[in-house]
Design a binder for this molecule. Sequence first.
Ligand code: 6LW
Length: 521
Amino acid sequence: MNIKHILIPALLSCNIPGVQAYENPVIPGFHPDPSVVSVGDDFYLVTSSFCYFPGVPIFKSKDLVNWDQIGHVLDRPSQLNLKDAGVWGGIYAPTIRYNDGRFYMVTTNVTDKGNFIVHTTDPAKGWSDPVWLEQGGIDPSLYFEDGKCYLVSNPDVGISICEIDPITGQQLTESRRIWEGTGGRHPEAPHIYKKDGYYYLLCAEGGTEMGHSVTIARSRNILGPYTPNPSNPILTHFCKDAQSNPIQGTGHADLIQAPDGSWWAVCLAFRQQDGAHHLLGRETYLAPVRWDENAWPVVNGNGTIQLSMDVPTLPLSPVAPAAPRDDFDGNSLGYDWVWLRNPHTENFSVADGALTIKATPVILDDHKDSPSMVLRRQEHIDFTATASIDLQNDGPGTEGGMTVWANESHHYDLFVTRTADGSREIVLRYRLSSLTHIEKTIPIPAGVKDVELRICGSPSSYKFYYSTSGGKNFDYIATMNTRFLSTETAGGFTGTFLGLYTTDPTGKASARFDYFEYKPE
Ligand code: 6LW
């Protein structure tokens, strides 16, 4: 059990001594490509977000273990155009840095104009509009020194550097190739750090699958030549020490020094379930780093990480665990809810203790538009999600319900619909690539208004249930495999979500969700 779940509420927001243990991943569910910066005794961390809006979730922590989401960096359409973006598109890896009182976030929108920077003096107050950068490639990162700002990224399968003006985005020097990596595919995720008079260039190689690894090179001159660490890679699970590890695909790291002088790495990795399948996307992990003077950094002793880490933490500063049940009592959705592509926000309202979603004719299989759907990440392999739904102004073909969503062509939908004869029924439907299959239809007794829909996740299956008794009893509907929604099968740089959605051919209907509950098991 994670330490944050066993602390009594009175301890929240107090600093307590560190302990000899923490649990990975430190940010579970689809949170890939982490980048971290420290400002005073706070750490800030960002992750990539691909086709989801708002983009680039930002988290704050005092101990690197307990993270509190404080918003999104890209929270308005002028910063984030996701037109036609799918699960391989949109926002790739971000880097967050701080210089001279200002935060910078640099990333790539692969379905827009490429690399760009936004900045702010206060993440709570929002970020600037983008300035676009000339140097191409993905995974841009910034390094500040002596009034200069250097940009590194990976155009043309190698790491290049140039000087830029980080406020205007203007490129000030020619791009120059500084490292090719050690020969692994996709050299990417470059970050520069200075220590003991060396510039260290950290990279990822091997691609974001099983062969993923982190390598490092150093030079006395920022422009090179860079000498690779003879002990590369410094982190990988593509080795015999990690062949049975439930964590695979470790890579794409960023290094950070804590106020007490200790060094740490955040990285991405995935957890396998049901054999060699992963569904939750790439998650954020934390590892201690030993970095002696003039020496190469060593990640957690042997360059592998575990779910239960047996290492001392920083003094702990727990954050409140998320409440499992959302009764929609406020007037907006929490940061855990996102949309696919740029949403039609006027179709969503939180009022009178309910989330009401106005339907449009856009169906879940649509690859262009944004359906009337809000999504939250599946963060645990074992979970139970329940929602209460009531359709309004519905006619034949209206749907409203809950979906386990990997992408437009891979999702399991449990919904209420109205048939041609005017009656209502519950439907369980699978969309798997070119196959669409209705598994079951269950008539809803006349007079029943609210229907509860329930999905239970486990390593190898999703189980589907419904209740027409106000949640007193749930009836089993069917079981379906998890593996068909895995990244290995469904594809994409993203993981599975649970969505609340509605669609209606006439666009007149709406779906009222009284509550949504997500309980890790
Ligand atoms: C990201 C790259 C990577 O930009 O995959 O695993 C790409 N690492 O560094 C998409 O996340």
